[in-house]
Design a protein around this ligand. Structure first.
Ligand code: CP
Ligand code: NVA
Length: 314
């Protein structure tokens, strides 16, 4: 496996390795502080980022390398240079590329035309590095035995919903996504992909439109912003109205198990997708999740550059 372009690229054993290494990097950030010595990692983002950028730059520094941050229109891509040519040039300078942008196909094209590992730092369709941070955090809460547990995401059927389904499928989990359906349903291809993985791993995939049924008995209640980066502003009013019943409030949390945790990839909008009471309350693990963005990106860089991930063969 050269690149991490999609959550579905990872096998179960890859995820196990990455989660274990991330847990080590959480305790000892400088455990492998010469792994990228004298090497550079390019981080190219055409969308804003707080966590993924900081996590990526810090992870590279902890591995002894030098991050090179490139913002959106800094590159000649904006003046018509092709993605393929850009990929070949970056491959001559850097040991890996972390890319955040809109179209998944652009990330796929970068991967196909680079000789270095390319890591998806979020697209409109997927967010693989986030899900690794989420699952380290889930393991800190519940350990490795997740039998009998239900993992629920409620809200917009966006990149996070897709990644939630896919990673839950890889982990063999009972995974639930509840959205208003219609325009806000998860992409059918992403659901079908998760179901295909689930058929091999024994995971259960439920796609619902009832937030209460989704929350009932869940060990995790996860949500994300209702307006993602790039969503059309003229759809805001209609979208927020459709999503209002999916807000994570104390009432919805009340349907979960007594040891349930609240998760959110952040940034959050208190009073929209989640109440302040919940996100700032005792069951919220959001700061630990944000912390693990660094430990997991560090683990991904470490193992991908060494060629130690096998990739999903499903
Ligand atoms: N969760 C996440 O990806 O945060 P940023 O958009 O700040 O990178
Ligand atoms: N769905 C959000 C996730 C941000 C981390 C977005 O794409 O903006």
């Amino acid at each position: 496996m050269k690149d991490l372009l999609h959550t579905a690229d990872l096998s179960r054993s890859d995820v196990e390795l990455l989660l274990d290494t991330a847990a080590d990097f959480a305790v000892k950030p400088l455990l492998a502080n010469t792994a990228l010595a004298n090497r550079t990692v390019a981080i190219y983002m055409t969308k804003p980022s707080t966590r993924t950028r900081l996590a990526s730059e810090t992870a590279v520094a902890h591995l002894g390398g030098t991050p090179i941050f490139i913002r959106g229109d800094d590159l000649q891509i904006g003046r018509g240079e092709t993605i393929a040519d850009t990929a070949r040039v970056i491959s001559g300078y850097a040991s890996a590329l972390i890319i955040r942008t809109f179209k998944q196909s652009d990330v796929d094209e970068l991967g196909a035309n680079s000789t270095i590992p390319v890591i998806n730092g979020l697209t409109d369709d997927d967010h693989p590095t986030q899900l690794l941070a989420d699952w380290v955090t889930i393991r800190e809460a519940f350990g490795k035995d997740i039998s009998g547990r239900k993992f629920t995401y409620v809200g917009d059927g966006n990149n996070m919903a897709h990644a939630w389904l896919t990673m839950g499928a890889i982990m063999g989990a009972h995974v639930v996504v509840a959205t208003p359906g219609g325009n806000y349903a998860p992409d059918q291809g992403a659901v079908a992909g998760a179901r295909a993985i689930a058929a091999k791993t024994g995971a259960t995939i439920e796609v619902l439109t009832d937030p209460e049924a989704a929350a009932k008995g869940a060990s995790v209640l996860y949500t994300d912003v209702w307006m993602s980066m790039g969503d059309p502003e003229d759809e805001r009013t209609a979208k927020l109205k459709a999503l209002a019943p999916f807000a994570v409030t104390e009432n919805l949390m009340g349907l979960t198990t007594s040891d349930a945790i609240f998760m959110h990839c952040l940034p959050a909008h208190r009073g929209e997708e989640v109440s302040a009471e919940v996100i700032d309350g005792k069951r919220s693990v959001i700061w630990r999740e944000a912390y693990h963005r660094r430990t997991t990106i560090q683990a991904i860089l470490y193992h991908l550059v060494r060629g130690e991930l096998s990739g999903n063969t499903i």
